[in-house]
Design a protein around this ligand. Structure first.
Ligand SMILES: O=P(O)(O)O[C@H]1O[C@H](CO)[C@@H](O)[C@H]1O
Ligand SMILES: O=c1cc[nH]c(=O)[nH]1
Length: 290
């Protein structure tokens, strides 16, 4: 057996039988289709179906692939497989992400995949970082200001470390071309469970802090080396690390949170979302051609 074949740290998995073993409930993928995924080398995830569809189309063009191997759009998640790349949506936040990732990791394991890399391609708020900048995370910090993905097991808090693979994130940063119209930086990401109070916004349905407290929060993040805010990085990095898969998080900044709450209405958000798509696709195409 290949040494980096996907192995899962769950001693119970191989004795599970019946529907639990045969059906990936939220992806809607049955055992008969698992073999289609055996060549997967990259799993790319992101919040929206539109972004994941565009990514798969961009990769198909770059790899000269005429047709998707597999796709689904169900009431929970959507996925598109193009050659050795599987692009899947995760919705908003780590609870939604984690359900999808458990099932994708099981799919990779059941299909017998090896050498798999997971990359989140997302949007984020900047902390002193301008809109349009692409941020490659060096790790994730969560509420409590610690570098852990905080989840639970049997009602107890479970903390999974969230540092990113340094070779992987540096390789992605180095994939920038001089023709790109955007900057690429690396730094820590603050991953929240909420878009409003969790990220220090004043425009949620309730708010318990003053302007001074909010400013102190953002400067504290900045002093810790945090350059952006989003809602899934810790889950991506923590869960991937737990199952021994390399992972990276690459997000484009929509708004500098030191300056505003929401992106400017005249900003072309669709265009900005193409930036991490082109950067990560270039990295993937290069890796696949090695
Ligand atoms: O654009 P996506 O990938 O969804 O990422 C960001 O956008 C959502 C909030 O608007 C959160 O999911 C956050 O992490
Ligand atoms: O400010 C932002 C922008 C996108 N996603 C977030 O989570 N926060």
């Amino acid at each position: 057996m290949c040494s980096d074949r996907v192995q899962l740290p769950n001693p119970h998995l191989d004795r599970v039988t019946g529907n639990e073993a045969d059906y990936l409930m939220h992806l809607g993928i049955h055992r008969v289709d698992w073999h289609v995924f055996k060549d997967v080398k990259f799993v790319c995830v992101g919040g929206t179906v539109d972004r994941m569809r565009k990514l798969s189309q961009h990769l198909a063009e770059k790899l000269n692939i005429q047709k998707l191997d597999y796709s689904f759009e169900n009431h929970r998640y959507s996925g598109f497989k193009v050659g050795p790349i599987f692009c899947v949506t995760h919705g908003i936040g780590t609870p939604s992400l984690s359900v999808m990732l458990h099932e994708v990791f099981k799919l990779l394991y059941r299909a017998g995949c090896s050498d798999v890399t997971l990359i989140r391609i997302g949007t984020c708020g900047g902390v002193g970082v301008r809109h349009g900048t692409v941020v490659v995370s060096t790790g994730a910090i969560t509420p409590g200001f610690e570098p852990f993905y905080i989840t639970s097991s049997l009602g107890e808090i479970l903390k999974l470390p969230t540092d990113a693979d340094p070779i992987l994130y540096q390789d992605i940063v180095n994939s920038k071309s001089i023709e790109d119209k955007y900057d690429v930086i690396s730094g820590l990401t603050f991953c929240t469970e909420d878009f409003y109070q969790g990220q220090g916004r004043f425009d949620g349905s309730f708010c318990d802090y003053t302007q001074e407290e909010r400013a102190a929060f953002l400067s504290k993040l900045r002093q810790m080396g945090v350059v952006n805010l989003e809602m899934e990085s810790a889950g991506v990095l923590g869960m991937a690390r737990k199952v021994g898969i390399k992972a990276a998080v690459v997000c484009v900044v929509l708004v500098d949170r030191m300056e505003a709450e929401l992106p400017s209405p005249d900003l072309d958000i669709a265009l900005l979302q193409e930036y991490p798509i082109t950067l990560v696709s270039r990295y993937i195409v290069k890796k696949l051609s090695n």
